[in-house]
Design a protein around this ligand. Structure first.
Ligand SMILES: [Zn+2]
Length: 74
């Protein structure tokens, strides 16, 4: 398969991944549709770079910003 670059949320979508978000505070695991998130970022004219996308992620259970994210196959 080789190494896939996942620098942007659009790369996740292109490679068939969604975004899995794990909360470090309450251990809640959420899943975000990469296609939906990518489109939202474009509509908001925000950067689609993962470093900016991940900085804005929040736990849907406890609202903590202390989350880690990674690719998950859709
Ligand atoms: Zn949480």
């Amino acid at each position: 398969m080789g190494t896939k670059r996942l620098d942007k949320i659009s790369d996740y979508r292109r490679h068939g991944f969604d975004l899995q978000v794990t909360c470090c505070a309450c251990r809640h695991v959420g899943r975000i549709d990469a296609g939906v998130l990518s489109r939202q970022r474009h509509e908001q004219r925000r950067s689609t770079d993962m470093m900016f996308v991940s900085a804005r992620l929040r736990c849907s259970e406890c609202s903590s910003h202390d989350v880690s994210c990674g690719p998950i196959e859709r």
